[in-house]
Design a protein around this ligand. Structure first.
Ligand code: TMP
Ligand code: ASP
Length: 208
């Protein structure tokens, strides 16, 4: 079908612009399962996504979209790059979510034509809705949604819909009681076994 793609979840992990690399056995399976549950939850709450159905342990069928070369980031709690950028201590809770858009590609001339003002307004509103849904979803699992990165795409009818993946590779998730990090920071900062963290996230989702 020309209007569909298969997304295959690999085990590769990278950090610091590809400087740090590893293959982490079964990471792709965990991310596919976690992303599937999240896309289904968002769909039930009227968020349009590219997700059609799960195909296998590592594959999902999605709607074909043209990915907007933008990384849309929301931060509820200070962590990662924002701490370095503005000298904040990790863990500071923001009064309101911080919304950031960054260009995936440094070519500014290209970037400037990426989205219209109206599309940007839609992206912001849709992203803040997604943040509220994800925050509430994770809180029920005793997880704090610290921040996340999402990507959008344009379908054949020109609708902008959520694409890519939503997983512990792209979200920071901390246990509510202990602040234990269960996301990709385990790999980025050598904090502990990554698969253990992702497995804990998935098992909380399945036991809900
Ligand atoms: P940052 O604090 O490094 O800017 O990351 C913000 C969020 O975006 C965090 O949840 C991790 C996620 N992220 C990605 O999904 N891909 C990336 O390449 C980077 C740098 C961050
Ligand atoms: N995947 C990204 C990279 O290789 C970074 C990250 O997720 O931290 O730079």
């Amino acid at each position: 079908n020309e209007n569909e793609y298969v997304v295959y979840y690999k085990d590769d992990a990278t950090a610091f612009n590809g400087e740090k690399k590893a293959e982490i056995s079964s990471k792709g399976i965990l991310n596919n399962k976690i992303s599937t549950i999240i896309f289904e939850m968002l769909k039930e709450n009227n968020i349009n996504t590219h997700f059609i159905k799960s195909l296998s342990d590592r594959e999902m069928l999605v709607k074909k979209v043209e990915i907007l070369p933008l990384e849309v980031i929301v931060r509820n709690i200070a962590a990662g790059s924002i701490c370095k950028r503005v000298g904040l201590e990790e863990g500071v809770v923001f009064d309101e979510p911080i919304f950031e858009i960054s260009y995936k590609n440094d070519d500014y001339a290209v970037a400037m034509k990426l989205a219209t003002r109206e599309e940007l307004k839609f992206l912001r509103e849709e992203t803040l809705k997604i943040n509220e849904l994800l925050k509430a979803f994770f809180l029920k699992l005793n997880l704090k949604l610290v921040d996340f990165k999402i990507e959008f795409g344009k379908d054949s009818e020109g609708n902008i819909i959520l694409a890519d993946e939503v997983s512990p590779d792209t979200c920071r998730l901390w246990d509510v009681n202990t602040n234990e990090k269960l996301d990709k920071d385990r790999f980025r900062k050598d904090l502990g076994d990554l698969v253990e963290g992702y497995t804990e996230v998935l098992s909380r989702m399945n036991n809900k």
